[in-house]
Design a protein around this ligand. Structure first.
Ligand SMILES: NC(=O)C1=CN([C@@H]2O[C@H](COP(=O)(O)OP(=O)(O)OC[C@H]3O[C@@H](n4cnc5c(N)ncnc54)[C@H](OP(=O)(O)O)[C@@H]3O)[C@@H](O)[C@H]2O)C=CC1
Ligand SMILES: O=C(O)[C@@H]1CCC=N1
Length: 275
Protein backbone atom coordinates (compact mmCIF):
# COMPACT_ATOMS: atom_id res chain seq x y z
CA UNK A 1 0.00 0.00 0.00
CA UNK A 2 1.39 3.43 -0.85
CA UNK A 3 2.11 5.53 2.19
CA UNK A 4 0.29 8.75 1.16
CA UNK A 5 -3.23 9.29 2.52
CA UNK A 6 -4.76 8.60 -0.87
CA UNK A 7 -4.47 5.09 -2.29
CA UNK A 8 -3.57 4.72 -5.95
CA UNK A 9 -6.69 3.53 -7.71
CA UNK A 10 -6.50 2.03 -11.19
CA UNK A 11 -9.55 1.59 -13.38
CA UNK A 12 -9.46 -1.11 -16.04
CA UNK A 13 -12.03 0.18 -18.52
CA UNK A 14 -12.89 3.88 -18.62
CA UNK A 15 -16.54 3.81 -19.72
CA UNK A 16 -19.83 4.83 -18.07
CA UNK A 17 -19.39 3.12 -14.72
CA UNK A 18 -15.72 4.01 -14.30
CA UNK A 19 -16.53 7.67 -15.10
CA UNK A 20 -19.28 7.69 -12.47
CA UNK A 21 -16.96 6.33 -9.76
CA UNK A 22 -14.06 8.60 -10.77
CA UNK A 23 -16.47 11.56 -10.62
CA UNK A 24 -17.49 10.61 -7.07
CA UNK A 25 -13.88 10.19 -5.94
CA UNK A 26 -12.78 13.51 -7.42
CA UNK A 27 -15.78 15.35 -5.94
CA UNK A 28 -14.77 14.00 -2.51
CA UNK A 29 -11.19 15.23 -2.90
CA UNK A 30 -9.34 12.19 -4.21
CA UNK A 31 -6.45 13.72 -6.21
CA UNK A 32 -6.44 12.86 -9.91
CA UNK A 33 -2.69 12.23 -9.56
CA UNK A 34 -3.65 9.11 -7.56
CA UNK A 35 -5.95 7.78 -10.31
CA UNK A 36 -5.01 5.75 -13.39
CA UNK A 37 -7.21 4.45 -16.19
CA UNK A 38 -6.53 1.74 -18.75
CA UNK A 39 -8.84 2.45 -21.70
CA UNK A 40 -8.05 1.31 -25.24
CA UNK A 41 -10.50 3.66 -26.99
CA UNK A 42 -8.64 6.92 -27.91
CA UNK A 43 -11.72 9.15 -27.87
CA UNK A 44 -12.80 7.96 -24.44
CA UNK A 45 -9.29 8.45 -23.06
CA UNK A 46 -9.27 12.02 -24.42
CA UNK A 47 -12.73 12.69 -22.91
CA UNK A 48 -11.65 11.44 -19.47
CA UNK A 49 -8.35 13.33 -19.61
CA UNK A 50 -10.27 16.54 -20.33
CA UNK A 51 -12.88 15.91 -17.64
CA UNK A 52 -10.38 14.87 -14.94
CA UNK A 53 -7.03 16.56 -15.70
CA UNK A 54 -4.03 14.98 -14.02
CA UNK A 55 -5.10 11.32 -14.23
CA UNK A 56 -2.67 8.83 -15.74
CA UNK A 57 -4.31 7.59 -18.95
CA UNK A 58 -3.00 4.35 -20.45
CA UNK A 59 -4.07 2.71 -23.73
CA UNK A 60 -3.08 -0.74 -22.42
CA UNK A 61 -1.86 -2.47 -19.29
CA UNK A 62 1.80 -1.68 -18.57
CA UNK A 63 4.38 -1.39 -15.78
CA UNK A 64 2.72 1.79 -14.35
CA UNK A 65 0.02 -0.46 -12.90
CA UNK A 66 2.46 -1.92 -10.36
CA UNK A 67 1.84 0.99 -7.99
CA UNK A 68 -1.92 0.27 -7.74
CA UNK A 69 -3.41 -0.20 -4.27
CA UNK A 70 -6.90 -0.81 -5.59
CA UNK A 71 -7.86 -2.02 -9.08
CA UNK A 72 -11.42 -1.33 -10.21
CA UNK A 73 -12.58 -3.65 -12.98
CA UNK A 74 -15.08 -1.71 -15.11
CA UNK A 75 -15.01 -3.60 -18.40
CA UNK A 76 -17.88 -5.51 -19.97
CA UNK A 77 -18.23 -9.13 -18.81
CA UNK A 78 -17.46 -10.16 -22.40
CA UNK A 79 -13.97 -8.58 -22.29
CA UNK A 80 -13.13 -9.23 -18.63
CA UNK A 81 -11.03 -12.35 -19.09
CA UNK A 82 -8.80 -10.88 -21.82
CA UNK A 83 -8.37 -7.67 -19.82
CA UNK A 84 -7.53 -9.63 -16.65
CA UNK A 85 -4.97 -11.84 -18.36
CA UNK A 86 -3.36 -8.77 -19.97
CA UNK A 87 -3.20 -6.64 -16.80
CA UNK A 88 -2.74 -9.39 -14.16
CA UNK A 89 1.06 -9.69 -14.50
CA UNK A 90 1.47 -5.94 -13.74
CA UNK A 91 -0.78 -5.76 -10.71
CA UNK A 92 1.38 -6.85 -7.78
CA UNK A 93 -0.57 -7.40 -4.56
CA UNK A 94 -3.44 -4.96 -5.17
CA UNK A 95 -6.97 -5.24 -3.82
CA UNK A 96 -9.49 -5.86 -6.64
CA UNK A 97 -13.00 -4.44 -6.97
CA UNK A 98 -15.14 -5.60 -9.89
CA UNK A 99 -18.33 -3.92 -11.04
CA UNK A 100 -18.93 -6.39 -13.89
CA UNK A 101 -22.29 -8.15 -14.00
CA UNK A 102 -22.16 -11.90 -13.57
CA UNK A 103 -18.39 -12.54 -13.52
CA UNK A 104 -17.76 -14.47 -10.30
CA UNK A 105 -14.99 -13.80 -7.82
CA UNK A 106 -13.93 -17.43 -8.37
CA UNK A 107 -13.26 -16.70 -12.07
CA UNK A 108 -11.39 -13.53 -11.11
CA UNK A 109 -9.30 -15.38 -8.50
CA UNK A 110 -8.23 -17.85 -11.19
CA UNK A 111 -7.33 -15.15 -13.74
CA UNK A 112 -5.63 -12.79 -11.27
CA UNK A 113 -4.12 -15.34 -8.87
CA UNK A 114 -5.32 -13.50 -5.77
CA UNK A 115 -8.04 -13.80 -3.14
CA UNK A 116 -8.23 -10.04 -2.37
CA UNK A 117 -11.42 -9.58 -4.37
CA UNK A 118 -14.60 -7.61 -3.72
CA UNK A 119 -17.49 -7.57 -6.18
CA UNK A 120 -19.76 -4.56 -6.49
CA UNK A 121 -22.97 -3.91 -8.36
CA UNK A 122 -23.39 -0.12 -8.65
CA UNK A 123 -25.88 1.84 -10.72
CA UNK A 124 -25.71 4.97 -12.88
CA UNK A 125 -27.26 7.44 -10.37
CA UNK A 126 -23.70 7.20 -8.97
CA UNK A 127 -23.07 9.94 -11.55
CA UNK A 128 -24.98 12.38 -9.33
CA UNK A 129 -23.89 10.90 -5.98
CA UNK A 130 -27.18 9.00 -5.55
CA UNK A 131 -25.98 5.53 -6.50
CA UNK A 132 -27.02 2.30 -4.78
CA UNK A 133 -24.32 -0.37 -4.69
CA UNK A 134 -24.43 -3.99 -3.54
CA UNK A 135 -21.08 -5.40 -2.33
CA UNK A 136 -19.75 -8.89 -1.65
CA UNK A 137 -16.25 -9.78 -0.38
CA UNK A 138 -14.38 -13.06 -0.65
CA UNK A 139 -13.60 -14.64 2.72
CA UNK A 140 -9.91 -13.66 2.55
CA UNK A 141 -10.67 -9.93 2.28
CA UNK A 142 -9.55 -8.09 5.44
CA UNK A 143 -11.55 -5.52 7.38
CA UNK A 144 -9.08 -2.85 6.22
CA UNK A 145 -9.72 -3.81 2.58
CA UNK A 146 -13.50 -3.70 3.14
CA UNK A 147 -13.12 -0.27 4.70
CA UNK A 148 -11.16 1.00 1.69
CA UNK A 149 -13.82 -0.30 -0.69
CA UNK A 150 -16.56 1.34 1.41
CA UNK A 151 -14.69 4.65 1.33
CA UNK A 152 -14.51 4.53 -2.47
CA UNK A 153 -18.07 3.38 -3.03
CA UNK A 154 -19.58 5.89 -0.56
CA UNK A 155 -18.32 8.71 -2.78
CA UNK A 156 -21.02 7.60 -5.25
CA UNK A 157 -23.94 7.08 -2.85
CA UNK A 158 -25.24 4.33 -0.57
CA UNK A 159 -24.15 0.71 -0.24
CA UNK A 160 -25.30 -2.63 1.15
CA UNK A 161 -23.22 -5.77 1.75
CA UNK A 162 -24.51 -9.22 0.81
CA UNK A 163 -22.93 -12.43 2.12
CA UNK A 164 -23.91 -14.84 -0.63
CA UNK A 165 -22.28 -14.10 -3.99
CA UNK A 166 -25.24 -15.27 -6.08
CA UNK A 167 -27.33 -12.56 -4.35
CA UNK A 168 -25.39 -10.07 -6.49
CA UNK A 169 -27.33 -11.36 -9.51
CA UNK A 170 -30.53 -10.30 -7.72
CA UNK A 171 -28.96 -6.94 -6.82
CA UNK A 172 -28.06 -6.56 -10.51
CA UNK A 173 -31.65 -7.28 -11.54
CA UNK A 174 -33.07 -4.88 -8.96
CA UNK A 175 -30.81 -1.86 -8.53
CA UNK A 176 -28.05 -2.40 -11.12
CA UNK A 177 -30.46 -2.44 -14.05
CA UNK A 178 -33.14 -0.62 -12.03
CA UNK A 179 -32.53 2.92 -13.30
CA UNK A 180 -33.45 1.70 -16.79
CA UNK A 181 -36.84 0.50 -15.50
CA UNK A 182 -37.44 3.90 -13.93
CA UNK A 183 -36.57 5.65 -17.21
CA UNK A 184 -38.86 3.21 -19.01
CA UNK A 185 -41.77 4.11 -16.70
CA UNK A 186 -40.97 7.79 -17.05
CA UNK A 187 -41.12 7.45 -20.84
CA UNK A 188 -44.44 5.61 -20.58
CA UNK A 189 -45.92 8.25 -18.24
CA UNK A 190 -44.65 11.12 -20.40
CA UNK A 191 -46.01 9.54 -23.58
CA UNK A 192 -49.41 8.83 -22.01
CA UNK A 193 -49.55 12.40 -20.68
CA UNK A 194 -48.75 13.72 -24.15
CA UNK A 195 -51.50 11.54 -25.66
CA UNK A 196 -53.89 13.16 -23.18
CA UNK A 197 -52.97 16.53 -24.62
CA UNK A 198 -50.18 17.78 -22.31
CA UNK A 199 -47.03 19.22 -23.84
CA UNK A 200 -44.43 16.41 -23.71
CA UNK A 201 -41.98 18.51 -21.69
CA UNK A 202 -44.71 19.32 -19.16
CA UNK A 203 -45.68 15.64 -18.98
CA UNK A 204 -42.01 14.71 -18.47
CA UNK A 205 -41.60 17.29 -15.71
CA UNK A 206 -44.70 15.94 -13.97
CA UNK A 207 -43.51 12.34 -14.31
CA UNK A 208 -39.96 12.99 -13.02
CA UNK A 209 -41.19 15.15 -10.14
CA UNK A 210 -43.66 12.44 -9.17
CA UNK A 211 -40.95 9.76 -9.07
CA UNK A 212 -38.62 11.93 -6.98
CA UNK A 213 -41.44 12.95 -4.64
CA UNK A 214 -42.84 9.46 -4.15
CA UNK A 215 -39.39 7.87 -3.69
CA UNK A 216 -38.40 10.55 -1.16
CA UNK A 217 -41.69 10.09 0.71
CA UNK A 218 -41.12 6.32 0.80
CA UNK A 219 -37.55 6.81 2.03
CA UNK A 220 -38.53 9.22 4.81
CA UNK A 221 -41.69 7.44 5.92
CA UNK A 222 -41.70 4.58 8.42
CA UNK A 223 -44.95 3.27 6.93
CA UNK A 224 -45.19 0.27 4.57
CA UNK A 225 -45.24 0.99 0.83
CA UNK A 226 -48.74 -0.48 0.66
CA UNK A 227 -50.04 2.06 3.19
CA UNK A 228 -48.50 4.92 1.22
CA UNK A 229 -50.12 3.57 -1.93
CA UNK A 230 -53.51 3.12 -0.26
CA UNK A 231 -53.38 6.71 0.92
CA UNK A 232 -53.35 7.88 -2.69
CA UNK A 233 -56.13 5.50 -3.63
CA UNK A 234 -59.46 7.12 -2.75
CA UNK A 235 -62.40 4.73 -2.79
CA UNK A 236 -64.01 4.78 -6.23
CA UNK A 237 -61.54 7.44 -7.39
CA UNK A 238 -59.02 7.85 -10.20
CA UNK A 239 -56.09 5.94 -8.65
CA UNK A 240 -58.40 3.02 -7.92
CA UNK A 241 -59.32 2.97 -11.61
CA UNK A 242 -55.64 2.98 -12.61
CA UNK A 243 -54.48 0.31 -10.13
CA UNK A 244 -57.47 -1.91 -10.99
CA UNK A 245 -56.50 -1.59 -14.67
CA UNK A 246 -52.86 -2.53 -13.87
CA UNK A 247 -53.93 -5.49 -11.73
CA UNK A 248 -56.24 -6.72 -14.51
CA UNK A 249 -53.31 -6.59 -16.97
CA UNK A 250 -51.00 -8.43 -14.55
CA UNK A 251 -48.45 -5.58 -14.44
CA UNK A 252 -46.90 -6.70 -11.11
CA UNK A 253 -46.36 -10.26 -12.35
CA UNK A 254 -44.94 -9.03 -15.67
CA UNK A 255 -42.60 -6.72 -13.79
CA UNK A 256 -41.41 -9.63 -11.65
CA UNK A 257 -40.82 -11.66 -14.84
CA UNK A 258 -38.60 -8.84 -16.14
CA UNK A 259 -36.45 -8.84 -12.99
CA UNK A 260 -36.10 -12.63 -13.09
CA UNK A 261 -34.99 -12.34 -16.75
CA UNK A 262 -32.28 -9.87 -15.69
CA UNK A 263 -31.17 -12.12 -12.80
CA UNK A 264 -31.00 -15.11 -15.16
CA UNK A 265 -28.96 -13.09 -17.68
CA UNK A 266 -26.47 -12.09 -14.95
CA UNK A 267 -25.90 -15.76 -14.12
CA UNK A 268 -25.60 -16.60 -17.84
CA UNK A 269 -22.99 -13.87 -18.36
CA UNK A 270 -20.96 -15.40 -15.52
CA UNK A 271 -21.22 -18.90 -16.98
CA UNK A 272 -20.53 -17.76 -20.55
CA UNK A 273 -17.66 -15.33 -20.00
CA UNK A 274 -16.25 -16.60 -16.70
CA UNK A 275 -14.60 -19.71 -18.13
N1 LIG B 1 -23.83 0.83 -17.12
C1 LIG B 1 -24.43 0.43 -16.00
O1 LIG B 1 -25.54 0.89 -15.62
C2 LIG B 1 -23.76 -0.58 -15.11
C3 LIG B 1 -22.70 -1.32 -15.56
N2 LIG B 1 -22.13 -2.26 -14.74
C4 LIG B 1 -21.01 -3.06 -15.20
O2 LIG B 1 -19.94 -2.18 -15.44
C5 LIG B 1 -19.10 -2.72 -16.44
C6 LIG B 1 -18.78 -1.62 -17.43
O3 LIG B 1 -20.02 -1.17 -17.99
P1 LIG B 1 -20.11 0.24 -18.68
O4 LIG B 1 -19.24 1.21 -17.96
O5 LIG B 1 -21.54 0.53 -18.86
O6 LIG B 1 -19.44 -0.14 -20.09
P2 LIG B 1 -18.67 0.79 -21.11
O7 LIG B 1 -18.69 0.07 -22.43
O8 LIG B 1 -19.15 2.19 -21.01
O9 LIG B 1 -17.17 0.77 -20.53
C7 LIG B 1 -16.27 -0.29 -20.70
C8 LIG B 1 -15.00 0.30 -21.26
O10 LIG B 1 -13.96 -0.68 -21.20
C9 LIG B 1 -13.18 -0.55 -22.37
N3 LIG B 1 -12.40 -1.76 -22.61
C10 LIG B 1 -12.66 -2.78 -23.45
N4 LIG B 1 -11.66 -3.71 -23.39
C11 LIG B 1 -10.77 -3.26 -22.49
C12 LIG B 1 -9.51 -3.75 -22.00
N5 LIG B 1 -9.01 -4.91 -22.42
N6 LIG B 1 -8.86 -3.04 -21.07
C13 LIG B 1 -9.37 -1.88 -20.61
N7 LIG B 1 -10.55 -1.35 -21.06
C14 LIG B 1 -11.24 -2.02 -21.98
C15 LIG B 1 -14.20 -0.28 -23.42
O11 LIG B 1 -13.57 0.26 -24.57
P3 LIG B 1 -14.22 -0.11 -26.02
O12 LIG B 1 -15.54 0.57 -26.06
O13 LIG B 1 -13.20 0.40 -26.98
O14 LIG B 1 -14.36 -1.62 -26.03
C16 LIG B 1 -15.13 0.71 -22.73
O15 LIG B 1 -14.71 2.05 -22.90
C17 LIG B 1 -19.83 -3.90 -17.07
O16 LIG B 1 -19.20 -5.08 -16.67
C18 LIG B 1 -21.24 -3.82 -16.50
O17 LIG B 1 -21.76 -5.10 -16.24
C19 LIG B 1 -22.54 -2.44 -13.45
C20 LIG B 1 -23.57 -1.71 -12.97
C21 LIG B 1 -24.30 -0.75 -13.76
O1 LIG C 1 -27.15 -4.15 -18.46
C1 LIG C 1 -26.12 -4.58 -17.91
O2 LIG C 1 -25.68 -5.71 -18.21
C2 LIG C 1 -25.41 -3.74 -16.88
C3 LIG C 1 -25.41 -4.41 -15.53
C4 LIG C 1 -26.38 -3.64 -14.71
C5 LIG C 1 -26.70 -2.48 -15.51
N1 LIG C 1 -26.13 -2.52 -16.67
Amino acid sequence: MNTSTHPIITFIGGGNMASAIIGGLVRQGHPTSALQVVEPWDEQRARLAQQFPGMTMLPAASAELKSSDLVVWAVKPQTFKDAALAAGPFLGDALHLSVAAGITSESMAGWLQTQRIVRAMPNTPALVGLGMTGLMARAAVSDADRALVERVVRTTGELVWVNVESDLDAVTALSGSGPAYVFYFLEAMRDAGARMGLAPEVAQQLAIGTFIGAATLAQRSSEPLQTLRERVTSKGGTTYAAITSMDASGVKAKFADALFAAQKRAAELGAEFGK
